[in-house]
Design a protein around this ligand. Structure first.
Ligand SMILES: C[S@@+](CC[C@H](N)C(=O)[O-])C[C@H]1O[C@@H](n2cnc3c(N)ncnc32)[C@H](O)[C@@H]1O
Length: 340
């Protein structure tokens, strides 16, 4: 079986380019909400600001973290303050206010969708008016939505998956359970790197049909099996010495991630390892800018988040895992592993 080669260059510029669509939208949305004006009147905490603007606190936090990263506001002792550029150009009563230009920019799709999701507490990622989060939780998703989503995920995650495998994080693992494995991108990279090892992709039944197409394309036969189920409702397969969650924790609120970590602990063989593959925020959660934008996108898509190392480590320790170890694997991506 032919091995895969590591991508020749980092994919960070691709992520920067894609998620930059939220740079402008956070400014126009903040302008429309009156966020800069509120901070101008009084230095204020995220909690107070959320109450004043009548927007969910997590939504305001995600928005503010992008604005901090862009350099328009700053946080000191938990209070938000404007930077000189925001004081000068983003306050309506000031002579150099950019308001008329910002009004024009409020016609852009990112502005329209971001403000409506923040105000209505609705979800951006949906199909036929049903949110992906609700469909995923119930295990019901249409074949068209499953197909379109899985192809997009494969396009963005295959390079980080191949690179993570090549960084040796799975070197001691012989039988990997790939939870919500999508196209099978990780399992394909893993079994090609380690001939003789086995992987199981656990996916919703409708997605398994799409996964099978990728397995066929990469000429995978016995090395990878498919397990069709709902990881919140169905019993997990046993006898694996590694369980991987690639971009699964960023889809769910922390309490459900904690539940998944607990289920992984129960399902693993003693000495087995859990692996979390995610784009991590820094300790302050407002950098790197691209990850802060991804965090905002996860909030509007699923009411979820990107994590920092500390929060993710605590989830694993609370589930009973030991020796959490972080490996920076590719671009913005890392794998946090821990042992049962
Ligand atoms: C963000 S994608 C990640 C895909 C892949 N792991 C990757 O990194 O490219 C989340 C995946 O979780 C799967 N998923 C969502 N809810 C699920 C559930 N309840 N049970 C099993 N899989 C689920 C989705 O079908 C989707 O493929």
């Amino acid at each position: 079986m032919e091995n895969l080669i590591k991508p020749l260059s980092s994919d960070s510029p691709m992520w920067d380019m894609w998620l930059s669509m939220y740079h402008l939208a956070t400014i126009t949305v903040a302008d429309e909400l009156g966020l800069f004006k509120e901070i101008h009147v009084n230095e204020i905490s995220i909690d107070q600001l959320a109450k004043k603007l009548n927007i969910d606190k997590r939504g305001i936090e995600a928005l503010c973290n992008v604005l901090i990263s862009l350099g328009f506001i700053k946080k000191e002792d938990e209070l938000l303050k404007l930077t000189p550029v925001a004081e000068t150009y983003l306050i309506p009563s000031q002579p150099f206010y950019w308001g008329n230009m910002l009004e024009q920019l409020k016609k852009r799709n990112e502005h329209v969708s971001l403000i409506s999701v923040l105000k209505d507490n609705s979800y951006l990622l949906s199909f036929d008016k049903k949110s992906f989060s609700k469909m995923w939780e119930g295990g019901e998703i249409s074949p068209e939505a499953a197909e379109a989503f899985t192809h997009c995920m494969h396009a963005t995650i295959f390079a980080p998956a191949v690179s993570a495998v090549k960084s040796n994080v799975f070197k001691d693992t012989k039988n990997l359970l790939d939870m919500g494995g999508g196209s099978g991108c990780f399992s394909i990279a893993y079994t090609k790197e380690y001939p003789g090892n086995k992987a199981t992709v656990f996916e919703l039944p409708v997605v398994c049909h799409v996964t099978q197409k990728y397995l066929d394309k990469f000429e995978i036969k016995q090395e990878i099996s498919l397990f069709a189920g709902n990881f919140f409702k169905d019993a997990w397969p046993r006898k694996h010495d590694g369980i991987l969650f690639s971009q699964i924790f960023h889809d769910w609120p922390p309490e459900l991630c904690q539940e998944l970590a607990k289920l992984a602990y129960e399902a693993l063989e003693p000495g087995g390892k859990v692996f979390i593959h995610e784009m991590l925020l820094d300790q302050d959660k407002s950098s790197p800018l691209t990850t802060a934008c991804f965090d905002l996108l996860m909030y509007i898509n699923h009411r979820s988040q990107q994590f920092n190392q500390k929060d993710l480590t605590n989830l694993l320790l609370n589930a009973g895992f030991k020796n959490p170890t972080l490996t920076k694997t590719f671009g913005y991506y890392s794998v946090l592993s821990a042992i049962k």
